[in-house]
Design a protein around this ligand. Structure first.
Ligand code: ADP
Ligand code: MG
Length: 254
C-alpha cells in the first residue's frame, strides 16, 4: 500500500506583501526520495520550512503522514495547534541545513544526544548507545569525542545528519546540505544520504547536485517563482524537461 508521507495541496505563503509560495502541490510517498531543484529565491527553503512548521502557511494544506501540519481538524473546522503539539509534530521530522549549526561546546556524541535527552522519554544510557551507533553509521565512530571545531565541514554535516536521525524521524528534509562544503567533501555527505535512502528513509532534498538527483531521486521537482513548474522521474525531468524554465536552469547547472 502506498502511504503519502508528504502531501502539499495548493500551499501559499507570503512574507508581508511578498508572495513566495503561489500554490505548491506535491506528494512524496513513504520511502521515496524527492529532489527539489530550482533557482535561488524560488521558494525551496520556505517550502521545507512550511513542511516542518517553522513557517505558517497562508492558504492550502500540508499533511505529513496523513496528519495536517499545524492544525487539528475537528468537526470540519481547523484549530491551530498549540506549542506542545507543534513540538511533537516537528520532532517526527528531521531537518538538515546548509549550515550545520552544531553546538560548538559539545562533542559529536553530546550534539547527537542533546535533543533526545531534552525530550527525556528515554534513559541517557539508551540515548548514548543510539547516538554512538548513529555516529558509527555516518562513518564517525572514531570522532564521537571530537568537538565540531576539530572536524571538517563534511564531518560536521555528517554529525548534523546523525543528530537529526537521533529523534527517529519518519521524514528527513535536507536544505542544500552540501552547498557550504568544499568540493572534495561533498561526496562523503552524499554517500551518507544515499545510504539513508537505500534504507528506506523518506527524504525531501533541496539540492543542486544533479548527479545525486539522477541516481537517488525517485521524483525530481523543479520549482521556480513559487510554483512547481514540473515534476516527474529523474529521466523525465533531467533528460527531457518540457518547460523552457527547467531547460534554462538545467543548462546552467549541468
Ligand atoms: P530558495 O530557498 O529557493 O532560494 P527561499 O525560500 O529562501 O528561496 O526564498 C524565497 C523568497 O522568499 C526570497 O525572495 C526570500 O528573500 C524571501 N524570504 C524567505 N524568507 C523570508 C522571511 N523570513 N521574510 C521575508 N522574506 C523571506
Ligand atoms: Mg534555499
Amino acid at each position: 500500500m502506498t502511504v503519502e508521507m508528504v502531501r502539499a495541496d495548493n500551499v501559499h505563503k507570503s512574507f508581508g506583501s511578498l508572495e513566495v509560495l503561489k500554490g505548491v502541490d506535491l506528494v512524496v510517498n513513504a520511502g521515496e526520495v524527492c529532489c527539489v531543484l530550482g533557482p535561488s529565491g524560488s521558494g525551496k527553503s520556505t517550502f521545507l520550512r512550511c513542511v516542518n512548521h517553522l513557517e505558517k502557511i497562508n492558504a492550502g494544506k500540508i499533511f505529513v503522514d496523513g496528519d495536517l501540519v499545524g492544525y487539528h481538524e475537528r468537526g470540519g473546522k481547523l484549530h491551530e495547534m498549540k506549542g506542545k503539539d507543534v513540538a511533537r509534530q516537528r520532532r517526527s521530522i528531521g531537518m538538515v541545513f546548509q549550515r550545520f549549526n552544531l553546538f560548538p561546546h559539545m562533542t559529536s556524541l553530546q550534539n547527537v544526544m542533546e535533543a533526545p535527552c531534552r525530550v527525556k522519554k528515554e534513559s541517557k544510557a539508551e540515548v548514548r548507545e543510539r547516538a554512538a551507533s548513529l555516529l558509527e553509521r555516518v562513518g564517525l565512530g572514531s570522532k564521537i569525542d571530537a568537538y565540531p571545531g576539530m572536524l571538517s565541514g563534511g564531518q560536521q554535516q555528517r554529525v548534523a545528519i546523525a543528530r537529526a536521525l537521533a529523534m527517529r524521524p519518519k521524514l528527513m528534509l535536507f536544505d542544500e546540505p552540501t552547498s557550504a562544503l568544499d568540493p572534495e567533501l561533498v561526496g562523503e555527505v552524499l554517500d551518507v544520504m544515499k545510504d539513508l535512502a537505500r534504507d528506506g528513509m523518506t527524504m525531501v532534498v533541496v539540492t543542486h547536485e544533479i548527479g545525486f538527483a539522477r541516481e537517488v531521486g525517485d521524483q525530481v521537482v523543479f520549482m521556480d517563482g513559487g510554483v512547481v513548474v514540473e515534476k516527474g522521474s529523474p529521466a523525465e525531468i533531467l533528460a527531457n524537461p518540457k518547460h523552457e524554465r527547467t531547460q534554462a536552469f538545467l543548462s546552467k547547472v549541468l
